[in-house]
Write a protein that binds this ligand. Structure first.
Ligand code: PLP
Length: 418
């Protein structure tokens, strides 16, 4: 990559109409873990589909041909970015839905006594659907976080693995703790025991799409509406496992395919609009890097490296501030380094309700949220109240240091007022 290239934030932010809209533009938007802004490239693709090809796809007349082609291209271009084959990719309504359907598809393959490991660090999306399989005779085993650090210890996983382990469900990066779990090492341990690995990548993917093969994940899910796309979820299923899974779609449709894991099929216009995510990454590549790169995954990786540097600067600024406040409990890694954490930063303030902190920041036009973010088991394991939970600020590459400074200035004022 061209040495010393840094993300051109003016160029980046110019791609997102939200930064110019009166209802969003004035705000420091630091709630990206709830859903990111969308670049114009995605809107253009969505609009084109709705105007010119809003017909049943895969027919013979031109609009129907183009509709099918653009949907295929949407799926294929995202698949390429995660190093998957398009046929290994399910584009469903959300991650929660995709995981639920996957669990139902695995259900007939379980024998009584088969063990499924879930964590208490995960969002409920990668816990609840698996726990329900106890009804089918599965034994649920829980991999628990350290109640102080919030981290998962791989030595504890070793103690949970057995010959009966069928599946280990774990997050790549928690939406509260934000530590990046070592998925290749976890996958190696689980595979050695004869089990499969299901990874929730929702909090990881906005910061750089995963290489699912390098991770050696069997199943990997993330939410496209948090990776600059429309409200969809992506589920990767390794090709060898497709045949294992029971058809969840119409009975007459072929089993052993991604279509069989998508009851009712995909949202046409939004699947086509996924091309806009790839268009956006390509535009960033062309803007920042002089040497053309024919491989889309390498183009993406080069852009994600630029994201990482920007995000590390943002996270470091906020982590360093929070770490030094005696009344603040910072959750997760005490460093902003991108190698250890995502720029999703949760904390609590002694003697203050998390929701009150969020509300006190509104006059500063800082948009963040509080609560358990559906990772209620994690919040409880950290010894925090389930409902009030944590204050969470979550950044992505398009955020600026000025926005983080606005949050810090607002916090200074809020914490002084006791
Ligand atoms: C870590 C994590 N996993 C899963 C989900 C659920 O994703 P979805 O809203 O697509 O169902 C979320 C949503 O916030 C999340 O943060």
């Amino acid at each position: 990559m061209d040495g010393n290239v840094r993300l051109d934030l003016d160029f980046v932010r110019a791609q997102f109409p939200a930064f110019r809209h009166p209802s969003t533009g004035p705000w420091a938007f630091l709630e990206n873990a709830g859903g990111s802004y969308v670049p114009a490239a995605v809107m253009d693709r969505l609009n084109r589909f709705l105007v010119a090809t809003k017909v049943q796809p895969y027919g013979d007349f031109p609009a129907a041909v183009e509709a099918g082609e653009t949907m295929d291209a949407g799926r294929a271009r995202i698949a390429a970015l995660i190093n998957a084959h398009p046929e290994e990719v399910v584009i469903g309504a959300s991650t929660t839905m995709n995981v639920y359907v996957l669990a139902q598809a695995l259900r007939p393959t379980l024998r009584p006594g088969d063990e499924i490991i879930v964590t208490n660090q995960d969002h409920e999306a990668n816990i609840g659907a698996w726990r329900r399989l106890a009804e089918a005779g599965a034994v649920i085993r829980e991999w628990c976080i350290d109640p102080v650090t919030g981290l998962l210890d791989r030595a504890d996983l070793e103690g949970l693995l057995s010959q009966r382990t069928r599946l280990c469900c774990v997050t790549h990066c928690s939406n509260i703790v934000a530590a990046i779990n070592d998925i290749p090492a976890i996958a190696a341990a689980v595979h050695a025991a004869g089990g499969l690995v299901m990874v929730d990548g929702v909090s990881y993917a906005p910061h750089g799409f995963p290489d699912v093969r390098a991770l050696d994940a069997d199943f990997y899910a993330f939410s496209l509406y948090k990776t600059y796309g429309p409200h969809l979820g992506l589920l990767y299923v390794r090709q060898d496992h497709l045949a294992l899974l029971a058809n969840q779609n119409h009975g007459f449709l072929p089993a052993g395919t991604a279509l069989a894991l998508n009851p009712g099929g995909e949202n046409h216009e939004e699947t086509a609009a996924l091309q806009g995510i790839a268009d956006y990454l390509d535009a960033l590549h062309a803007h920042h890097l002089t040497a053309p790169e024919p491989d889309p995954r390498r183009r993406g990786a080069a852009v994600f490296a630029l994201f990482a540097a920007q995000e590390e600067a943002l996270a470091t600024r906020l982590v360093d501030y929070l770490r030094d406040r005696p009344e603040v409990r910072l959750i997760g890694p005490r460093s902003g380094a991108r190698s250890v954490r995502a720029p999703t930063i949760a904390f609590t303030v002694a003697g203050r309700r998390s929701h009150d902190i969020v509300r006190a920041l509104l006059p500063h036009q800082v948009a963040i949220r509080s609560g358990n973010f559906y990772a209620w088991r994690c919040v409880e394991a950290l010894g925090l109240g389930r409902e009030d939970g944590v204050v969470r600020a979550s950044m992505v590459h398009y955020n600026t240091l000025a926005e983080v400074d606005r949050l810090i200035a607002g916090l200074e004022r809020t914490l002084e007022r006791r």
